[in-house]
Design a protein around this ligand. Structure first.
Ligand SMILES: Cc1ncc(COP(=O)(O)O)c(C=O)c1O
Length: 378
């Protein structure tokens, strides 16, 4: 038979599937994949049940139900003073992952270059390659995970079409600074590129750190696609409700692809998430306090177990430097010997070997899970 799509030849099984399978086989505590080991709020489950009982069970509008798009519009206005139009600028997607795919497909022609900061969320590279684009990595250097301006400048060329930013950043917990936004904006303007900003951890910031959307930057608003996910904010990663927010022309392109890809997203879950977003004001204080406590608790536990974690300013991940230069073996060793699963971050790099020096742990887990993991890690 004729050969299948060549792009897929370079795709390997996701590291999350590999490690999760190993964790299950060995009975290890799974601090690998980024999702809570507890239920999201019961009141949101009730909202979804109500929506089902009320008959919201057929296809919705392809672009997402209007009440949810209006809730997203209000979110950006209320929290960031950003004006987006629910009818023209907002598309509901199957999680942020699909929003990322749609955004890249909407912007990229075969051969276009896309700058990505490494370590990166692994769907970026897959989506770029599926669109026929060329990923161009720029390394964020630990322990502070700043980029080297010269390296970034050298990554830009006349072929650059898009740069992807992820802030707060998985896996480092870095929050990009205003100075970094300015530096990126200057280059983006110079080379006339688009920006995809993955902000799924927008409400997971710690201490006095605050998230500022990339689209708030006066030079970037008109060329930025902002992606986020209710899955992270409301602890329902399995519901896969996300969105892409962008100027009308880009949104039109995104919607044209959406109609032929999944057409629409689970209808009753859109109803529930719209209502949940409307209650963010009362929801967020407890949410943020819980994750701040989890971060502090886990960091202390890791330190007591003899590790020197890099303290994250955002997200629910922490990178821990390891002895030696082989994150995969170190990860397997911890699973076998200590019964704790993490992620070897070298799979989030294309260029640098820096990822081999760390393991990534997820602390979106019950306190008792974190406590047990820290005990085992001693
Ligand atoms: C940086 C980043 N972007 C996007 C996603 C995916 O979000 P969703 O589950 O809504 O597709 C994740 C999930 O871990 C992530 O870490």
């Amino acid at each position: 038979m004729k050969e299948l799509c060549h792009t897929i030849d370079s795709f390997k099984e996701s590291i999350f599937s590999t490690i999760t399978r190993k964790a299950i086989e060995t009975g290890a505590i799974n601090l690998a994949q980024g999702f809570p080991d507890f239920e999201g709020p019961k009141w949101i489950i009730d909202l979804a049940k109500e929506a089902m009982d009320e008959g919201k069970n057929q296809y919705s509008a392809s672009i997402g139900i209007r009440p949810l798009r209006q809730s997203i519009q209000t979110l950006y206005k209320k929290f960031y003073d950003l004006n987006f139009d629910a009818d023209k600028d907002i598309t509901v997607t199957n999680g942020a992952t699909q929003a990322i795919y749609l955004s890249i497909k909407a912007v990229i022609n075969p051969g276009d270059e896309v700058i990505i900061f490494e370590p990166f969320y692994d769907s970026y590279v897959g989506s770029i390659l599926l669109a026929g684009g060329v990923p161009v990595p720029v390394t964020l250097k630990g322990p502070s995970f700043e980029f080297d301006l010269k390296e970034l400048e050298n990554a830009f060329s006349d072929q650059t079409k898009l740069i992807i930013i992820n802030t707060p950043h998985n896996p480092s917990g870095k929050i990009f600074t205003t100075k970094e936004y300015d530096q990126i904006a200057t280059l983006v303007e110079k080379y006339d590129t688009y920006v995809l900003s993955d902000e799924v951890y927008e409400f997971l910031t710690f201490d006095n750190f605050k998230h500022t959307p990339v689209a708030s930057h006066y030079k970037l608003k008109d060329r930025t696609i902002t992606v986020s996910s209710a899955g992270k904010t409301f602890e329902f990663t399995g519901w896969k409700i996300g969105w892409a927010v962008a100027p009308a022309k880009i949104t039109h392109a995104i919607r044209m692809i959406q109609q032929f890809q999944v057409f629409c997203v689970a209808h009753p879950l859109q109803v529930a998430m719209g209502k949940a977003i409307d209650r963010l004001d009362s929801y967020l204080p407890d949410f943020r306090a819980r994750y701040q406590a989890k971060r502090d608790f886990f960091i202390k536990g890791l330190q007591a177990a003899g590790y020197s974690p890099i303290i994250p300013n955002g997200t629910y991940f922490v990178l821990v430097p390891i002895d030696g230069n082989d994150d995969f073996s170190a990860c397997m060793d911890l699973i076998e010997k200590k019964k704790v699963a993490s992620i070897p971050p070298s799979s989030f790099y294309l260029k640098s070997d820096d990822g081999k020096k760390y393991l990534r742990f997820c602390f979106a887990k019950k306190f008792e899970t974190l406590e047990k993991a820290c005990e085992l890690l001693k």
